[in-house]
Design a protein around this ligand. Structure first.
Ligand SMILES: NC(=O)C1=CN([C@@H]2O[C@H](COP(=O)(O)OP(=O)(O)OC[C@H]3O[C@@H](n4cnc5c(N)ncnc54)[C@H](OP(=O)(O)O)[C@@H]3O)[C@@H](O)[C@H]2O)C=CC1
Ligand SMILES: O=C(O)CCC(=O)C(=O)O
Length: 477
């Protein structure tokens, strides 16, 4: 079988490989992907360091052309890449094609950003002096990504890093090297000079840790779990390096008595269970006021009954498999915890058997949960949500904000007063009104507060805050 190799200093290398397994059909091996070493990381960082001076001074038209060409190829190959994504990660084919298109759009957006780089010219407070404020690239950026958005998250980190003139060492999640390899291959063929983008696939404990330990990364952008995020933070402080963390969520969706029931149910089903609940923006706490509670639970349960859990590549599947056996065990352990805590299992909770052997789990809904239960406080990262009954809007807001996380939050209501108040007072980085808490635009800031995020926002023009450093220059006229 061909080995998909690592890209270091413009050369494809690596003979030691691990199998990428399809969670919808564990007999299906998506491919063999190289597993890098700490020495590979050192070579990749050295190559990126050597490539930085020329790339940081490269013309904006050259950068624009490479990113645009990448965008065009990703979008032209959306069906094939979407299929690869669905096969290695397990989200449904329409979701995977949607994510692939989003990755293409992100490269297109940052191709445009190359042509929109700007600074400021200001008068000094002293006579005959001019002040210029410009943004310089940081240097070598380490990119460490999770498994749940295998093409979009690498895109929204790598595209701005390159657009603003940085060089990159990229370590994707070990579970999903396929999409990572594909976008690196596309960028390489689009004309990136050698060493500007380096791919080191492999284990977090080896490849990721070697990146954390390097004194030569000027910045590290990370998306993943809170535990690993803390290691990234500590190592980055040790090396005086800029870092950016996007971590977990325990996102609330408030449903008020005056909500349009159909809108509320669609939003809750989408954000709680689609993509198998494996989105940091998923709503896993449904906070519902008394007057609509029973109708909402009944309608959501009916909706869940209509959802097909099956092979991600099969037409008609609404929910694909859980990503792997370890995550499936986490999900089922939390289902047991929910039962033992006294929440009522209103729907699901069982494994699903399908024609192909995979990690299939029913969408699972708890009711009569309280916000102090572990299923309401800890991120599960699976198709499991809990309904918390509250008296009124004030209690709903207070419960919504009572969490260590703060990524996204939603409200279903027809009241302008409550929608406006919620937008102002939610302690989340992203707030949705009558919409799912997951599924965001690619051209506006993405990120959270409290335990969900650290550092400046990702995506859109706000990405420049992380990927550049500001310089203030004074000139005597
Ligand atoms: N807020 C957000 O934007 C998002 C947050 N998440 C969060 O991510 C979690 C799921 O993703 P998951 O991939 O399991 O998260 P992990 O933190 O386990 O992994 C994220 C990345 O870090 C790597 N890694 C693991 N250990 C180390 C280490 N010691 N040093 C450096 N890198 C390391 C992993 O490699 P390897 O794969 O080899 O373990 C992977 O590439 C969920 O908790 C979810 O909430 C996910 C997506 C978005
Ligand atoms: O909800 C989205 O669109 C993005 C979610 C995300 O980035 C994540 O779960 O990692």
């Amino acid at each position: 079988m061909t080995i998909y190799q690592n890209l270091i200093a413009g050369e494809w290398i690596g003979t030691n490989a691990t199998a990428n397994i399809n969670p919808s059909d564990t007999n299906d091996i998506v491919g063999e992907y190289a597993s890098g070493t700490a020495a590979d990381v050192a070579s990749a960082i050295a190559a990126a360091k050597a490539a930085f001076p020329a790339w940081s001074r490269s013309g904006i038209l050259e950068r624009h052309a490479i990113l645009k060409k990448t965008s065009d190829e990703i979008i032209a190959r959306k069906e094939e890449l979407g299929r690869l994504l669905a096969r290695e990660e397990g989200k449904t084919l329409p979701e995977a094609i949607g994510e692939t298109i989003r990755a293409g759009q992100i490269f297109d957006f940052f191709a445009g950003e190359c042509l929109r780089l700007a600074g400021e010219v200001l008068p000094s407070v002293r006579p005959n002096i001019g002040v210029e404020i410009t943004r310089d690239p940081l240097g070598v950026i380490g990119v460490i990504t999770p498994w749940n958005f295998p093409i979009a998250i690498p895109a929204w980190k790598i595209a701005p890093a390159l657009a603003y003139g940085n060089t990159v060492v990229f370590k994707p999640a070990d579970l999903v090297p396929g999409c990572a390899w594909a976008i690196v291959d596309i960028l390489h063929r689009a004309g990136l000079p050698k060493g500007v983008l380096n791919l080191v696939m492999g284990k977090g404990s080896v490849v990721g840790q070697a990146m954390l330990d390097s004194p030569d990364l000027a910045g590290l952008t990370f998306t993943g779990s809170t535990g690993t995020g803390k290691r990234v933070a500590l190592a980055s402080i040790e090396h005086n390096r800029k870092f950016q963390l996007e971590m977990g969520g325990k996102n609330p969706m408030v449903v008020l008595d005056d909500a349009d029931l159909t809108v509320a149910v669609e939003a809750a089903a989408n954000s709680g269970f689609f993509s198998t609940g494996q989105r940091c923006t998923a709503s896993s706490r449904l906070i519902v006021t008394e007057g609509i509670h029973d109708r909402f639970v009944a309608a959501l349960t009916e909706k869940l009954k209509t959802l097909t859990v099956d092979n991600a590549l099969m037409a008609g599947t609404h929910i694909g498999p859980v990503v792997d056996e370890k995550q499936l065990k986490t999900d089922t352990d939390y289902i047991e915890i929910g039962k033992s805590e006294g929440a009522r299992l209103a729907f699901g909770g069982e494994l699903v058997r399908n024609e192909t052997p995979g990690f299939y789990l029913q969408p699972t809904l708890f009711t009569e949960a309280s916000n102090s239960m572990r299923i309401a406080r800890e991120e599960i990262f699976g198709p499991v949500a809990a309904v918390i009954r509250v008296k009124d809007y004030d209690e709903a807001l207070s419960v919504a904000n009572d969490t260590p996380f703060g990524l996204s939050a939603g409200i279903a209501t027809t009241s302008l007063k409550h929608a406006t108040h919620f937008k102002r007072n939610s302690e989340a980085g992203m707030v949705m009104v009558n919409l799912p808490t997951a599924g965001v635009d690619f051209h506006v800031p993405f990120g959270g507060r409290k335990g969900s995020s650290f550092g400046s926002r990702e995506q859109g023009k706000y990405a420049s805050e992380f990927f550049t450093t500001v310089k203030t220059a004074y000139t005597l006229a």
